[in-house]
Ligand binder design. Sequence first.
Ligand SMILES: C[S@@+](CC[C@H](N)C(=O)[O-])C[C@H]1O[C@@H](n2cnc3c(N)ncnc32)[C@H](O)[C@@H]1O
Length: 311
Amino acid sequence: MIPEPALADDLAGLAPLIAARLAPDAHGDMARWQAALAALPDLTPERVDLGATVTVDGPADDAARNTLAEALMGLHPWRKGPFSLFGIHVDTEWRSDWKWARIAPHLAPLDGHRVLDVGCGNGYFGWRMLEAGARTVVGVDPTLVFCLQHRAVTRYLGGAANQVLPVRFEELPPAGFDSVFSLGVIYHRRDPMEHAERLFRHVRPGGQLVLESLVVDGDASLEPAGRYARMRNVWTVPSVAALTGWLAAAGFEAVTAVDVTPTTVAEQHTTAWMRFQSLTEALDPANPAMTVEGHPAPVRAVVTARRPGAA
Ligand SMILES: C[S@@+](CC[C@H](N)C(=O)[O-])C[C@H]1O[C@@H](n2cnc3c(N)ncnc32)[C@H](O)[C@@H]1O
């Protein structure tokens, strides 16, 4: 087993929940995933790069690389990345480095920050936050296979500074974070205002929030009656004004939309490491400006904000 990194004192109460979530009978695929983790070869990291492709490298012969690739593939689907582990390029569904490139220029410096990443997936952005100066990152995501992907990566990168906890945001006890990120989550929430208010409670006074969401053009938010871009669990795709309004109503100040960018099939697509359908199949082939359901195609906004108060 890959050792569990120690929890910070104010999160120590989560230990039983985390143990239960990762128990052998917690999920029908858990035994297979744990077998994949156990099959990761012993390799010695000699070079780490937390840049666009999160990379760890060192000596590895072909046999070790094949074993590594097979073990990592056992944790399919790899959605967030890219990663490169001992020469194995994990070509993920998303070019998450593109999202980070839209966020990073607008950040208040993360130097020394304790960061929370809500809905962190496999922890890709946590590595980028460490690269940007964060002291520690706590990510929360209830999707177990993403948590186990993170454990595969930490086998070589170490997991103390960038943790991915298999818990829901709503289960996280109040803890003061210098910076809180919620990327690609709020449109999945039935009650987005509740999410905004919860984010507020987790940012320390004077701290920053970075929120990224699908948005629609114009003044009216979209509440899709059925699916949106083939996703079942999209409740509200806000206008930029609605999104910034939620954050202001939750108590944030200096709420600013710093980037609005359409999502392209170059940024999100099927790969060998994520073999399911992706954005291409969610767009109307006759008019890729629309989804197959007849909604506007995905556009994403990044909003920054601050919780009032002294640092
Ligand atoms: C669209 S993905 C976004 C992933 C990543 N933050 C990004 O921007 O690429 C949404 C993530 O939120 C996670 N999620 C769903 N419900 C959650 C909850 N209640 N608390 C925390 N994360 C949740 C999902 O498992 C999924 O990984």
